[in-house]
Design a protein around this ligand. Structure first.
Ligand code: NAD
Length: 256
């Protein structure tokens, strides 16, 4: 089956093979998609370039989402190389590790701003610049979120506030872009051991508690998330937008 034959998908947020965006990239490639990748800095570029080439991608571009100029350059380049885009995977988050160690009430103004800028505003900025490349044919934009947006999860702190803003942004973007058949959805994944996750104190303990309590009695995998991403990026989900979907082995559905 080639669900994504002739489809052009941009992935923001591959850092290494453990990245959730990498699992999604592999699944998309298996379904025939043409892929473009971004990297935040030179260190990440060194890891992303060979990975992208493994999936025959020829488009590997810089994009620090804190820079309007880099976002603009990214989409200008994609417009000249591809013309249009069918889908975007936004798989980016950052919070200052110091703010995650302090009590939440001691979060710094600068740390709050950075977490919201990188982890939530970036989706708005990316969707806005992608609009001209999607407005004729429609498209699908997905982002990655976490339960900490909706409940106070230990150690997630300012990142949870950023994810709440991200989930609200998904709904407002869906309302804004829907008349052009551009759909925007969030995938709320359970905890997965990645580079970003390693910045969250006691993440290993969180994973163990999660697997014990989740109805499926295990942790979620990148492949679990990737399968749902294929659904949301493809026409199989043509009637869904503005949604946040849990891919968490049912953890959000139960109480202890
Ligand atoms: P990851 O570290 O592999 O990916 C995070 C990516 O964000 C990296 O590629 C990093 O380079 C990028 N990034 C950070 N700052 C950036 C900036 N200024 N500009 C551009 N890119 C920047 O970790 P991951 O776990 O795959 O995270 C991907 C997404 O999934 C994040 O939004 C994360 O919050 C979300 N998520 C992760 C988990 C988990 O347990 N790992 C659970 C739910 C949601």
């Amino acid at each position: 089956m080639e669900l994504f034959k002739n489809k052009k998908i941009l992935l923001l947020g591959v850092a290494n093979k453990k990245s959730i965006a990498w699992s999604i990239a592999e699944a998309l490639s298996n379904e025939g998609a043409e892929l473009a990748f971004t990297y935040v800095n030179e260190a990440i570029e060194k890891r992303v370039r060979p990975l992208a080439e493994e999936l025959n991608s020829k488009i590997i571009l810089p994009c620090d989402v804190q820079s309007d100029e880099e976002i603009e350059n990214l989409f200008a380049e994609l417009e000249s190389r591809w013309g249009t885009i069918d889908g975007i995977v936004h798989s980016i988050a950052y919070a200052d590790g110091e703010d995650l160690k302090k009590p939440f009430s001691q979060t710094s103004r600068a740390g709050f701003h950075t977490a919201l800028d990188v982890s939530a505003y970036s989706l708005v900025a990316v969707a806005g610049k992608a609009f001209p490349l999607m407005k004729e044919k429609g498209g699908s934009i997905i982002t990655l979120t976490y339960l900490g947006a909706q409940r106070a999860v230990p150690n997630y702190k300012v990142m949870g506030v950023a994810k709440a803003a991200l989930e609200a942004s998904v709904r407002y973007l869906a309302a804004d872009l829907g008349e052009n058949n551009i759909r925007v959805n969030a995938l709320s994944a359970g905890p997965i051991k990645t580079l970003a996750a390693s910045g969250i104190p006691q993440f290993r303990e969180l994973m163990a508690k999660f697997a014990a309590a989740a109805p499926l009695k295990r942790n979620v995998t990148g492949e679990d998330v990737a399968k749902t991403a294929l659904f949301y990026l493809s026409d199989l989900s043509s009637g869904i937008t503005g949604e946040t979907t849990f891919i968490d082995c049912g953890f959000n559905a139960v109480a202890l």
